[in-house]
Design a protein around this ligand. Structure first.
Ligand SMILES: Cc1cc2nc3c(=O)[nH]c(=O)nc-3n(C[C@H](O)[C@H](O)[C@H](O)COP(=O)(O)OP(=O)(O)OC[C@H]3O[C@@H](n4cnc5c(N)ncnc54)[C@H](O)[C@@H]3O)c2cc1C
Length: 463
């Protein structure tokens, strides 16, 4: 029988970030990773060929190994901002971490191409052989959020077999130019499909885009982790707190968030009802705004040989157009559960938009704190947003966690040394003689308490 201290279900990015920190924070703990994929990285193994990270590489991956080359893009829609690793680079990176850090440590056993069956047992997908594992400490279930991607997703509507219908992954396989493209899905995947088509010279008039709900978006300029972007990154944090503190009502809050550059949207005449934390830069926004045929008639119900039937109407289509499915929602399980549950750990996000930083900090808390209530208190789950107003609850718990971490000298010190935490370092290293930076920090500090009070009030109104 195999034996381990921690059994990790899944070998995706969350598992990698968790294990990396567990290896750094403990001296002897043994770890066993079980994953259905043939190499680490989870959904990145099946991502569309032109996928890239949505936020800079410099704070993605595992804490101990750099993913970013430390450069800014000079061409393309992200020009001027820190690079966004490609899917291929992310996969190669995790493979490297497994081969050159995890396995040589002698403390990690890795079982790819294996399904976890429950009850400490797993089965090889190649041989069918089942193994049992004696677990001395805990199971870490990194599969709870059920990430879904286009390649592994079944659309929830019918499509006539005469209609060319492909997942976004197959866009790169096209050999015959169609009359046009119909991109189905208004989320980040749909945006990526539209931007890729436009970038490859498809005229905007040949693209129809089905958007069932408009989203509030984050501006990538606010995610740049370097002193030269202090005003846009930390200034954005100050703007968030100020907007909340000044808002008279929830609609007024969203007005201020947009006015202050915290949130943006594709069409200023349409009020978004969705918020998934999708991140874009101004050039992508300009490209998306060049598409005039945006179909806002609800969700697709059926595609026949001549029309697309939606919740609130129909539009004509034909077999001469390629229909691109971008309707997979990245995260399918939005229900939160405590992270520390006896002999089980269920990693979830404890800082907004940063699942890997979160996994790393959860491993640190696991290794350095004993009391389960205390651990859960330090790791309150920041719910993944779906509706626009989820932004409010997300910020409230993010702020509560930041406050709790700040009360512990050891956590404060650890955060400053963690590569995945780009932002604490930015504030700590801000030039004390720079009046602009110091003013931003002051605005942030002055608005924390008023913002917290207002967030509680808004959350009561939402109940
Ligand atoms: C296109 C895209 C871009 C993104 N960009 C960013 C970004 O820039 N920054 C950022 O912070 N986040 C980003 N994200 C968020 C991203 O989802 C996470 O960063 C992360 O990759 C999720 O990893 P995971 O390990 O939680 O899940 P997954 O990748 O789904 O990994 C879970 C693994 O568990 C395996 N598994 C499931 N059930 C079992 C079982 N029973 N037995 C064995 N194995 C099992 C699966 O096969 C999979 O390999 C992006 C997401 C997408 C889709």
């Amino acid at each position: 029988m195999l034996e381990t201290d921690y059994l990790i279900i899944g070998g995706g990015a969350t598992a990698m970030a968790f294990v990396d920190t567990l290896l750094s924070e403990t001296e002897e703990d043994q770890i066993l990773i079980i994953d259905r994929n043939h190499q680490p990285g989870g959904h990145w193994n099946k991502a569309y060929p032109f996928v890239r990270l949505h936020q800079p590489s410099s704070f993605y991956g595992v804490s101990s190994s750099e993913l970013s080359k430390g450069i800014k893009d000079q061409v393309g829609f992200n020009a001027g901002f820190f690079e966004l690793a490609s899917g291929a680079a992310v996969k190669a990176y995790f493979d490297d971490v497994m081969r050159h850090r995890f396995l040589p440590s002698g403390r990690v056993q890795y079982f790819p191409m294996s399904n976890y069956d429950g009850d400490g047992k797993f089965t090889s997908l190649l041989t069918g052989k089942q193994e049992a594992v004696k677990i001395n400490k805990k199971i870490v279930d990194t599969t709870y959020l059920q990430t879904r991607i286009p390649a592994t997703h079944e659309p929830n509507f019918e499509v006539d077999e005469s209609i060319p219908f492909i997942p976004i992954n197959q866009l790169v396989d096209i050999t015959e130019p169609p009359e046009g493209f119909v991109v189905i899905g208004g989320g980040k995947t749909g945006m990526d499909a539209c931007v890729w088509l436009l970038d490859n010279q498809v005229p905007a008039e040949r693209i129809s885009w089905i958007v069932s709900r408009d989203s509030w978006l984050l501006d990538r300029k606010t995610t740049q982790p370097s002193q030269e972007f202090f005003e846009s990154t930390i200034g954005n944090m100050a703007a968030q707190f100020e907007s909340v503190a000044q808002a008279d009502s929830i609609p007024d809050l969203f007005r201020l968030l947009e006015q202050n550059g915290v949130l943006t949207r594709i069409d200023p005449t349409v009020t978004p009802t969705m918020f998934h934390g999708a991140t874009v830069c101004q050039k992508e926004l300009d490209m998306l705004r060049s598409i005039e045929k945006i179909i806002r008639l609800g969700r697709v119900q059926r595609i026949t040989e001549s029309e697309i039937i939606l919740d609130h109407g129909k539009v004509p289509t034909s077999k001469n157009r390629i229909h691109v499915d971008c309707t997979a929602s990245a995260i399918s399980n939005l229900e939160i559960t405590p992270i520390f549950q006896g002999d089980r750990i269920i990693p979830q996000t404890i800082r907004s938009y940063q699942p890997l930083f979160s996994a790393s900090l959860i491993a640190y808390i696991e290794s350095n704190f004993d009391n389960e209530d205390k651990k859960n208190g330090l790791c309150q789950v920041v719910p993944l947003p779906n509706h626009d107003t989820d932004w409010i609850r997300m910020l409230a718990i993010f702020m509560t966690n930041q406050y709790s971490w700040g009360q512990h000298k050891s956590i404060r010190k650890w955060l400053l040394g963690n590569r995945l935490d780009g932002f604490s370092q930015l504030i700590a290293q801000a030039d004390r003689s720079d009046p602009v930076k110091q003013d931003i920090i002051k605005r942030m500090r002055n608005n924390i308490m008023p913002a917290m009070v207002k967030l509680q009030q808004f959350m009561k109104e939402l109940k």
